[in-house]
Write a protein of this length. Sequence first.
Length: 632
Amino acid sequence: MQEKKIKDFNSYKKEYERSVKFPEKFWEEKANNFLWKKKWDKVLSWDFTKPDVKWFIGGQLNITENCLDRHLEKRGSQIAIKWISNNTDEPNRDLSYSQLHKEVCKFSNVLKKNGAKKGDRICLYMPMVPELAIAVLACARIGAIHSVVFAGFSAKSLSDRINDANCNILITADGAFRGDKITPLKHISDEAMQNTPSIDKCIVLKSTNSDINIKSGRDVWWKDEMEKVDKNCTAETMDSEDPLFILYTSGSTGKPKGIVHSIAGYMVYTEFSFRNVFQYNEGDVYWCTADIGWITGHSYIVYGPLLSGATTIMFEGVPTYPDAGRFWKIVEENKVNIFYTAPTAIRSLEAKGMEFVTPYDLSSLKVLGTVGEPINEDAWHWYDKEIGNENCPIVDTWWQTETGGIMISNLAGVTPSKPSFATLPLPGIQACLIDENGKELEGNSVEGKLCIEFPWPSMARTIYGDHNRFRETYFSAFKNKYFTGDGALRDENGMYKITGRVDDVLIVSGHNLGTAEIESAMDEYENVCETAIVSFPHAIKGNGVYAFVICHEEAGNPDVLRKEINDLVTKIVGPIAKADKIQFVSGLPKTRSGKIMRRILRKIASGDSENLGDTSTLLDPSVVEEIKLGSL
Ligand code: WTA
């Protein structure tokens, strides 16, 4: 039995108030709608100073019984996953709830047969094919912790993540189609596995029919293994607070953070937010264009929709292949009702022109969504007019890997929307703004750092293996508050607009990149002595990466050098971290204590070098003049 959705602005207000006054009662009601092996003894205990947050304490469950088993009777033959392939000549695949259940059970047995046990960490490095969702759910079914690594990451990034979590199994594929290219996943995995002593087994899915090496004793084929196992698998009994998954995200310092989410709270919140934000109705066809390698794919391709018994589309390809009409063709062919994508995709498709939109019938659309970065007003209006026919509410959903689910967003057609505003927090989310001096800003028409002052069920519990870093990063800036790293303003009506990161994380095409991560990759280049990375406004990507680089020796051909530096970044981090602009400089603006003044570099990179503010604290102000002259 599912709870009723919030249906009008007044009931939103009432629900919000209730969620603040009686949070435990509020969330207990939501949790009651799920299948539990044993109900909880206590709803919540929390202490943000440690931090230590627990929800539904003492409860026992398995999230896959809630995603799959409990739907079998009512909607066993309904499509759970509708898969659309990258290649237009390859047939799509539909998996009903009962087929998905069967595949998950079988693959759970494959995992067990290959040595997986409850609590083990299993790494997934896969294309956007149904088997990725199957593998995710199979891990959850046997109580193993999945760690999905986006298939665009390099061998080094993959091995770092495998080693950080000590994974014993890697699940990958021969390759991944991406537009007209193939990413050789198994080759990259082979390179990664040269440095991952913890990996015992590698399960390989045939997806692109590429030539690969199989190391006997370690590598096994997905298909062969599936033929050897039973189709029944009892779901492991898990505690509410057992970890469900680890997902890496970039931080201000070099090493990515393994964000850990636990089972019960994540389950309750992703289902609640999915149904209410998108106003999902039974039978709707829902499509989120994200990759399961990111949090949006975890929460709103796999868990949220399946927990709600929805039909979720999984698309293997890219928006511009074979041409820029691909998204709209898919919407037409599949009569998509709810469409959720990133502002970068919207801007890049807008730039391709209306000839890629007009041929398609988009009348099935009822709700549009965006996520991952601020959406500018122009893009918002284009999306509204050209895609939504001014007839579909747009939900601008602000949230993070760490928050597990959507935190601030309008509810489609239920609460008001405002272009470029994420608007109001969801029930249960107590957002606040903090000023320069750490004081909470009361009232409306204020701007500050965005924090959350009360726990919500799907919040991250720790950074894998580094609880200190978890506390330092999120709970030490402001006492008793979770600090998001974002700045925001609250308008005269209490609506939130996210203004962007206030730390050293860059949001490029909706992906998080740490400045330190790119800097240290560039510093690996022989001739590079020091690097400073900042972002600059980019018409399509939201932000671009601008690198200021000091070389040891005079560079020969600067363009060759730029390419070689970017090739190295691709190799160490992945292609998403490449710099759009590389400027060679002889020095960087540093304070007397040696800290790079990024504020100045950001201004120069944005083409706004006239108003650099106070530069008197710089060790050598003359370097600024040189950088200004050479700016790109
Ligand atoms: C940014 C993605 C403005 C923000 C779900 C946040 C947004 C970071 C929005 C998290 C939005 C996400 N408007 N900014 N609607 N959604 N962001 O962890 O800076 O990949 O902190 O999670 O993306 O990125 P992450």
